[in-house]
Ligand binder design. Structure first.
Ligand code: DC
Length: 232
């Protein structure tokens, strides 16, 4: 019982959840599971199949019937995982501006959330897991022993996302990244079902003026702090 078995990391886009979640999972030898890729997978499949993103019924049916597989990476192109929908590798599509622009609409539909969060919960309950998302501590895994909520200003988060786009060779104006981030924040935090917000027992870390290493030190201390408390 030294280390929390289920660790939830929530927060807005660009707050550092995936970088820090992955580092922590490697340190602990835990499964890293990014719940956002499931919403991105459904959105990518809908766009590829020319379905109507604004049709809640179609999106719900797709979420209920699509076979989403998250597997270890088969290609060394910087991806954390392969993400397949009905056997088709959609990984290259997941982080495109088109998906960025639509994923919050799809993930606001209650039927979509019900289907995907049930799958996430089943995976999380197996334990030894770091699950990242928006509602992991509040809805998907409220029993998580450690809940971390990472935050940062929208300008700082857009700057980080902009640097990632540049590193991938995508040339998008900063203003566009910022506007897209603002739009996503608004939809994610005002939707009726499972809006983005810290769980009451989450530990909030503002990462605005901190490096990845500095945030990681804080998180490691929290994991250690928890283990000391459990040992008393
Ligand atoms: O973390 P991300 O940017 O890859 O997430 C993509 C979208 O999916 C995000 O705009 C909100 C949604 N999402 C969600 O609603 N609940 C989660 N647990 C994870 C992601």
């Amino acid at each position: 019982m030294a280390i929390p078995n289920i660790i939830a990391i929530d927060g807005p886009a660009g707050s550092g959840k995936s970088t820090l979640g992955l580092k922590l999972a490697r340190l602990l030898g835990y499964l890293y599971f990014d719940s956002g890729v499931m919403y991105r997978a459904v959105t990518s499949a809908a766009l590829k199949r020319a379905l109507d993103i604004n049709d809640e019924g179609q999106m719900t049916r797709l979420s209920e019937t699509a076979q989403i597989d998250v597997r270890p990476p088969s290609v060394a192109d910087g991806r954390d995982n392969d993400v397949l929908v009905d056997g088709e590798d959609l990984t290259p599509w997941l982080r495109t501006p088109e998906v960025d622009a639509k994923v919050s609409i799809v993930s606001a539909y209650p039927g979509v959330r019900k289907a995907l969060s049930a799958q996430q919960r089943r995976i999380g309950l197996r334990g030894k897991v770091i699950m990242i998302g928006r509602d992991i501590g509040t809805v998907v895994l409220p029993e998580a022993e450690l809940k971390i909520y990472l935050d940062a200003s929208v300008e700082e988060r857009a700057r980080r996302r902009y640097q990632e786009c540049l590193a991938r060779g995508e040339n998008i104006p900063f203003e566009q990244v910022l506007a897209s981030m603002r739009a996503r924040d608004r939809i994610d935090s005002t939707r009726e079902v499972a809006p983005l917000k810290p769980a009451e027992d989450a530990i909030i870390i503002n990462t605005d003026n901190l490096s990845v290493e500095q945030v990681f030190e804080k998180i490691k201390a929290l994991v250690g702090f928890q283990s000391e408390k459990a040992a008393v």
